[in-house]
Design a protein around this ligand. Sequence first.
Ligand SMILES: Cc1cc2nc3c(=O)[nH]c(=O)nc-3n(C[C@H](O)[C@H](O)[C@H](O)COP(=O)(O)OP(=O)(O)OC[C@H]3O[C@@H](n4cnc5c(N)ncnc54)[C@H](O)[C@@H]3O)c2cc1C
Length: 422
Amino acid sequence: MKEINAAEFDSEVVNGGKVVLDFFSTECPPCEALAAKFEDLSHLYGNDIKFMKMYRQGNRELAEKLGVKSSPTLLFYDNGQEAGSRLTGGIKRSEIIRNLDSMLTAGRVEEIRSQIKPSVSEFDVIILGAGPGGLTAGLYLCQSKINTVLIDIALPGGHVSTTHEVSNYPGFIEPQAGYMLSHNMSEQTKLCGTIYKVAVDVTSVDLEKKEVVIDEYETVKAKRIIIATGTTPNLTGAPGEKELKGKGISYCATCDAKYYNDKEVLVIGGGNSAVEESEYITRFVKKLTIVHQFDRLTANKQAQDKVLSNPKISILYDNEPRAFIKDGDKIVTETENIKTKERQKLVSDGVFIFIGMKPNISLFRDKLELDQWGYIKTNEDMLTSVPGVYAVGDVISKKYRQITTAVADGTIAAMAIAKEID
Ligand SMILES: Cc1cc2nc3c(=O)[nH]c(=O)nc-3n(C[C@H](O)[C@H](O)[C@H](O)COP(=O)(O)OP(=O)(O)OC[C@H]3O[C@@H](n4cnc5c(N)ncnc54)[C@H](O)[C@@H]3O)c2cc1C
């Protein structure tokens, strides 16, 4: 692995044969998450592909010329031509491998794969999921000197990292940007000494044996597991939704509302998330229409009052989406009135969908006792039906899903485990 600067770009990268180049920054958690994977893969692929790093801020002009807008960004070059796809954000090992493999012959890929040595590491506690629930459990366990690893398929932070503003987390007088609140939670837990394995693929989870396999070859063992995997947004299921996800259909206002400056959007849903996020989206858009299946909103009164008095927002009650169709730059949403069955077509620049969540339990669905909606049942110590396996946060069966309740669950599970392990 070699660190280069802009002056060396032509000789080392453009004329360098097969190269992967990492534009990194300092004080960049996703860059830190990538560093160990990049180093490890350089040992595996280093004979065939050159691994290079460039400090983005120090080589800003070149980065901009190449269209590199965030750190880390991985660029792949094959004899001067950009190859594969650019990777950015929480970059997974499997995504890097896919790009590296695409530059080699199938036979060589096979040879390299055969050199991968499976690894095993042992901890007292594995926490699956680094949202507020998992991070808080990690902090308490770490402070009790319990050897803990936090595993997440994405970067730490969970839903909070993509929530535009949090105004109900105690201790802060002013509303907090969600990404800062989650960043602070994560740094506090990391600085304590908790080990992070983030932006990984979780290959399998054995709750009985307390073993988690990540990125196919790395087995992590522990005495206890805490499941803190949260929830994922529900889909409407209407034709076109999956195809247009990320191409005009979004599930995250903080991530995407800024791209709709002075445009018109639809919001599907009428509960708290839909209503609160609509209010936020109107900072950018000129017109927003909420499409809701009932004849009144189901959000709390305070949130409802805000949107009902917002001149940019109109509401189409009793309607559900039946199809999403791309028409040039626009999205045509076909809706059906569930009382009259009348259909209409609404043209907008984008669609945001906020219609509830489902628990992330696919890796252990059959192993645990669940409630009728598929959420994990726990006792007052957050212990599940499997001995030694705890669950906290939005993934458990409970009435109220908030940051504060996830944090409380994480605290309880960690204290119960600390007592047991003592
Ligand atoms: C749009 C929106 C706005 C919100 N606004 C607020 C608010 O203002 N105030 C408030 O109190 N609450 C708010 N909430 C609710 C709050 O965000 C959640 O209650 C809280 O984040 C739950 O924390 P958690 O740790 O249980 O799960 P999450 O935050 O969902 O984190 C779960 C983590 O688990 C990871 N994961 C998933 N599957 C796996 C797997 N198989 N293996 C490993 N890791 C996995 C995910 O990547 C994620 O990082 C909001 C929620 C949404 C969606």
